[in-house]
Design a protein around this ligand. Structure first.
Ligand code: SF4
Length: 288
């Protein structure tokens, strides 16, 4: 007799299936040997406690490759580099800190009042995830939910980002998620240049400390900040860029996808390239 599925699990499975359908994925294989355990692990394990402390690197292994949904991906060699305008780089003055760690960076940030965004914030949203993640997502800045909880991407857009990560066969705890600015801009406006300039050295140190293989910029602010370009994101979205020795991919922000669901398909194509770059495996076709 088949086991009954708890209602909460059923609701989450249905939500996940709807998300896959949005991405155009409608065929699924059921691995009887693996049973439902892998689904339960990937879909239902909470990605982190709301007040998760920053984890030290030594106790955590790098995430392993997982079996993925069927995809095709273009090789990274088809990159079209973004031309960075001449002039002083935002990151030139940032000194490399020897043996830097996320814990040290958070301590240095302290109860930061370095830019005017500190006036309206409730909590600094430093970042969250695996301290040695191979994949780092960089967004723009905290919104209301993030400001209240002190964690990145926990509102509606964050839920969508979690679905995107899980669609890649990963969990939030496998990746690292942070923003260009760590404090919520008033009225959710875009961060201003002086705020970006003041806060971005900490982002740079975070990325240097994590040393990921791939950085995914979510939205124009993150992409333009890191690449120091004024080009519109639609001109280079989905193309590999080289950034300080890392592979960088810019794609649309999940908040944009909430307003414009058809763009999910574009983002999914971009994420497939990221999966290929990280060596995430394609599924083996099962014989009936
Ligand atoms: S946005 Fe960054 S620089 Fe500005 S107050 Fe917050 S932590 Fe400090």
């Amino acid at each position: 007799m088949p086991e009954s599925i708890p209602e909460s699990l059923q609701a989450r499975i249905e939500e996940r299936l709807r998300y896959y359908e949005d991405l155009g994925i409608r065929l699924f294989y059921r691995d009887r040997a693996a049973s439902g355990a892998s689904l339960a692990t990937s879909a239902l394990t909470p990605s982190q406690a709301p007040s998760a402390p920053i984890r030290e690197e030594s106790s955590l292994p790098r995430p392993k490759s997982k079996v993925m949904v069927p995809v095709s991906a273009e090789p990274a060699s088809r990159a079209t580099p973004v031309v960075v305008p001449s002039g002083p780089s935002l990151f030139e003055a940032v000194e490399k800190v020897k043996d830097d760690t996320l814990v040290k960076i958070r301590e240095d940030l302290g109860d930061c009042t370095r830019c005017k965004l500190h006036k309206g914030r409730n909590k600094i949203v430093f970042g969250d995830g695996h301290p040695k993640a191979e994949l780092v997502f960089v967004g723009e800045g905290p919104g209301a939910d993030e400001d209240a909880q002190g964690l990145p991407f926990v509102g509606r857009a964050g839920k969508l980002l979690t679905q995107m990560i899980e669609a890649m066969g990963l969990q939030r705890k496998d990746v690292y998620i942070c923003n260009v600015v760590k404090c919520r801009p008033p009225e959710n406006r875009a961060p201003e240049p002086d705020e970006v300039k003041t806060c971005s050295p900490y982002l740079l140190r975070q990325i240097d400390a994590i040393h990921p293989k791939v950085i995914v910029c979510l939205g124009a602010v993150a992409a333009k900040t890191l690449l120091e370009t004024t080009r519109g994101i639609s001109q280079f979205r989905g193309e590999w860029q080289e950034w300080r020795g890392h592979k960088l991919m810019a794609t649309y922000h999940p908040a944009y996808l909430l307003r414009n669901p058809p763009a999910k398909a574009d983002v999914w194509k971009d994420l497939q390239k990221v999966m290929a770059e990280l060596g995430l495996q394609l599924p083996k076709k099962k014989s009936s």
